[in-house]
Write a protein that binds this ligand. Structure first.
Ligand code: EPZ
Length: 419
């Protein structure tokens, strides 16, 4: 099992190219199932979840070509199976994104019920109830979601809770339904807008993406398209935290600062110097002290839960005590006990983590539990005195492209090894 050996204490300095967003690429790749045409994707991140999604598409019968790095051509003209099997779904719950497209195009879909994961139960009940509103008949057979429908019928859908992939599944299903669907209390993430842009290029009629109310006028058929995936806002935020925590200076290229409003505002208020020289670049440096600042994670455009762990690492260095409230997932503080092994002083009380800052962390052996927790431990290791060994780095490989190469290119002392 791969591990990282990190020697901390050196400020990160230089230029980092941000990769495409995994959480946009996943629904966009699933959307290719809606058409018998070819969809060409550019700026795909080379991460494990994208490899898993590619395997799922090929297992379903899609033709997938990779003419060059970061590009995939997907053609779903010979779909023979309509099932996302357990071994794929258990390794990536976002496989549930195949449900909407398969059901809408073929009237049938079987997706293994995604289990929970380290950060929480992760149910998909909101996806299923909403698909039933569009006329799907859904049952659970031996741990597999079995969905059937004639042609789905457009309808008004209200999400009692905001769900990102639930919104994405319904946008895709509704794009081939008969009539108009309105999604109320929809997720507003930039990844939703990116999916809507792709669907409209394929011939769909989606309006309102990025707001809480999305309108989809169903069409008979969708065609092929070309699409460039938006930059990864969470990778960008992770490098902002790494620069700030190590007291360094980074230029982040090919990013979208406008997708990180809440993160940039909070970090600036905490004393991180962040400039935006143009629409696709951020310059970050932290030569002054950091001040403790509370955050509350919320759905977009609030502070993203996917940045909570990295921000906690940052607050261990800030002057004063900060309170981090996690509102989205019920168990997303596992990184706190690992950071404590490095000397952080963090007290968990229900949905809140109280971080006593001002300390200097020391290297230790730590274990990653999920994708963003592992990013938090890497960032902490880069700033800690001495050596940190991060175990189970397969978690970080799910969502960060070449992270150790990128960090080494800006002075980070990090190497991957296998024990
Ligand atoms: C997406 O997960 C992201 N994944 C997650 O990123 C991200 O943390 C999350 O949105 C929140 O922003 C992808 O986009 C592939 P939700 P998703 O449905 O869609 C509850 C990462 O690190 N809920 O918005 O699964 C759920 O339990 C990953 O890149 C239901 O109760 O999240 C959670 O408490 C981790 N029933 C809340 O809603 C449902 O049917 C938000 O979940 C669906 C969700």
């Amino acid at each position: 099992m791969d591990k990282f050996r990190i020697v901390g204490g050196r400020p990160l300095e230089g230029r980092v190219q941000i990769s495409g967003a995994k959480n946009s690429a996943l629904p966009c790749l699933a959307a290719a199932l809606l058409s018998s045409g070819t969809v060409t994707f550019h700026n795909l991140p080379y991460v494990r979840d994208i490899i898993t999604m590619r395997r799922l598409l090929e297992d379903l019968g899609c033709g997938v070509l990779m003419p060059e790095q970061a590009t995939l051509k997907v053609t779903a003209s010979n779909i023979e199976f309509f099932e996302a099997p357990y071994e794929l779904v258990k390794s990536m719950r976002a496989s549930v994104l195949a449900l909407g497209p398969l059901l809408a195009r073929f009237g049938e879909a079987r997706v293994s019920l995604p289990g929970g994961c380290a950060i929480g139960q992760r149910p998909v009940d909101l996806h299923l109830r909403a698909l039933e509103v569009l006329g799907a008949v859904i049952s659970l057979e031996n741990g597999t979601i079995v969905a059937r429908a004639g042609r789905l019928k457009g309808a008004n859908v209200f999400f009692p809770k905001i769900t990102v992939t639930g919104t994405e599944n319904l946008m895709m299903a509704a794009s081939l339904a008969e009539g108009v669907t309105v999604l109320d209390n929809a997720a507003r993430e930039p990844e939703i807008e990116d999916l809507a842009e792709l669907l409209n290029k394929m011939g769909a009629r989606v309006t309102g993406a990025g707001t809480s109310t999305i309108r989809i006028e169903g069409v008979e058929k969708l065609g092929g398209a070309g699409h460039t995936i938006i930059p990864d806002r969470i990778e960008t935020g992770t490098f902002l935290a790494a620069a700030a925590l190590t007291g360094g200076e980074l230029e982040l290229c090919n990013c979208r600062p406008d997708h990180l409003g809440s993160v940039i505002a909070h970090m600036r208020q905490a004393g991180v110097h962040i400039e935006q020289p143009n629409q696709f670049t951020l310059n970050v440096h932290a030569n002054g002290g950091l001040k403790a600042l509370d955050i509350v994670t919320q759905e977009y455009p609030g502070f993203p839960t996917d940045m909570q762990a990295q921000y906690m690492a940052l607050m261990t260095r800030a002057e004063g005590t900060s309170v981090i409230t996690e509102n989205i997932f019920e168990n997303r503080f596992m990184h706190a006990s690992e950071l404590a092994r490095m000397g952080a002083r963090i007290h968990i009380q229900g949905k809140q983590a109280i971080v006593e800052g001002g300390g200097r962390m020391t290297g230790a052996k730590v274990q990653a539990s999920d994708l963003r927790a592992s990013a938090s431990l890497v960032v902490a290791g880069l700033a800690a005195d001495g050596e940190t060994i991060v175990d189970r780095v397969y978690h970080i490989d799910r969502g960060y492209e070449k992270i150790e190469e990128k960090l080494r290119s800006v002075g980070g002392q990090i190497e991957r090894f296998r024990e």
